[in-house]
Design a protein around this ligand. Structure first.
Ligand code: AMP
Length: 398
């Protein structure tokens, strides 16, 4: 089955095409600057150079139209015709309480995603635009929604309720949802494979450390806690997001700085995190370079980031009463031996000991000492493949 995987942002659209029988990537691409001028499509068939088409792309309809044209192009395309695309999988950020698994899209599902725009305005509305554009362009092709929150729907009440009045939590569905679920699930399953054990016999902590960062406790293959909450702002320190914070301090700041709710929202999402601490960059590569040059605030940002991750690992080991494996993934988790070392140096009480030589390797690799009771892994994430898998599973069984 040929599956087109789509990740729609407000002004961008990323796609990948898989032959799911062999789980083989055929092509990938990116439409940039939708609706804001200077737009382009970059299409890259597997093993070939990217082809860039510059054209006015006013909306997601045009973006999908150009994507299909690129995929079916006689020279650089990877399928003969539109009909050869047998299913489309969409990344949808928020599935709320309604969607605990990926689902075949129909009118009811579309409405459900629309209703959840209130909880994730920046993410769910572009996803919906992508879904509707595909429905117009490829009306006969089944579409599947794969939610970032779905994997975390197994989290128990004690971990997802906040200490708000219960009626308020219920009234607004204000609770922990968690995000990056597709990534946490993918790397947890991969870790079980690498350990050659059934995932139901394992306790795994997955650290998705990128510009957005979250950590999850996965027991018996199910998410039992995660650091992001009602929105992707809670938990770890991130590139520009604040993570955990005393709620009263936000009220204090709003008053002192005269910020309204929208300004505060922007501030917490865009001006804080390692960017705010360092005053230098949200990019961890820049911070590592500058910290090596003796910049105290850059080093402090890295220290605070690593310390928060270590604390969460301790919390989740406690929540699961032990841990068999800890996984690092995403941009920073996959690429920064320094950060992995900083996070892992205080984990020997869990029997997790990092081996420096192994830690300096790249790609999918175990980085713990041979006799380490708890294994440490670096596992590159692959959310698109996971979306492809779910799409294949659901369309095949429908
Ligand atoms: P992601 O959001 O998963 O794409 O991750 C992006 C983050 O990964 C950026 O902040 C990068 O600084 C960080 N990153 C990527 N490569 C490296 C690297 N080699 N060393 C340190 N950080 C990296």
């Amino acid at each position: 089955m040929i599956v087109l995987v789509i990740n729609s942002g407000s002004s961008s659209l990323k796609y990948q095409v898989f032959n799911m029988k062999e789980e083989k990537l055929l092509a990938k691409g990116l439409v940039e600057r939708i609706g804001i001028g200077g737009s382009s499509l970059t299409h890259q068939p597997l093993g070939q150079e990217p082809i860039v088409t510059k054209e006015d792309i006013p909306d997601h309809n045009k973006a999908i139209q150009m994507t299909v044209a690129a995929l079916t192009d006689p020279q650089s395309g990877v399928v003969k015709s539109m009909e050869a695309i047998e299913a489309i999988g969409h990344r949808v950020a928020h599935g709320g309480e309604q969607f605990a698994d990926s689902i075949l899209i129909n009118d009811e599902v579309t409405e459900g995603i629309r209703k959840l725009i209130e909880l994730a305005p920046l993410h769910n509305s572009p996803a919906l635009m992508g879904i509707e554009a595909c429905a117009r362009m490829l009306p006969k092709t089944p579409q599947v929604a794969v939610f970032d929150t779905a994997f975390h729907q197994s989290i128990p009440e004690k971990a997802y309720y906040y200490a708000l009045p219960y009626e308020i939590s219920k009234k607004y569905a204000l609770r922990r949802y968690g995000f990056h679920g597709t990534s946490h699930k993918y790397v947890a399953e991969k870790a079980a494979q690498l350990l050659q054990k059934d995932i139901v016999d394992l306790k795994i902590i997955t650290c998705h450390l990128g510009n957005g960062a979250s950590i999850a406790a996965v027991a018996q293959g199910k998410s039992v806690d995660t650091s992001m909450g009602f929105t992707p702002l809670e938990g770890l320190v991130m590139g520009t997001r604040i993570g955990d914070m005393d709620p009263a301090s936000l009220l204090f700041l709003m008053e002192k700085e005269g910020m309204n709710t929208e300004e505060m929202n922007q501030f917490l999402n865009k001006k804080c995190g390692v960017l705010g601490i360092s005053g230098y960059s949200s990019d961890f590569r820049d911070l590592e370079t500058e910290a090596n040059n003796g910049n105290h605030r850059c080093q402090l940002a890295l220290d605070i980031f690593a310390y928060r991750v270590t604390k969460y690992i301790g919390a989740y080991a406690a929540a699961m009463n032990g841990v068999d494996a800890i996984v690092f993934t995403a941009g920073l988790g996959e690429n920064s031996p320094t950060m992995r070392q900083a996070v892992s140096k205080n984990l020997s009480y869990l029997g997790a000991e990092i081996e420096d030589d192994k830690n300096n390797q790249r790609g999918q690799v175990e980085i713990s000492k041979e006799n380490s009771r708890c294994k440490l892994f670096v596992i590159p994430t692959n959310e698109e493949l996971m979306i492809g898998r779910d799409t294949y599973r659901i369309v095949k069984s429908s």
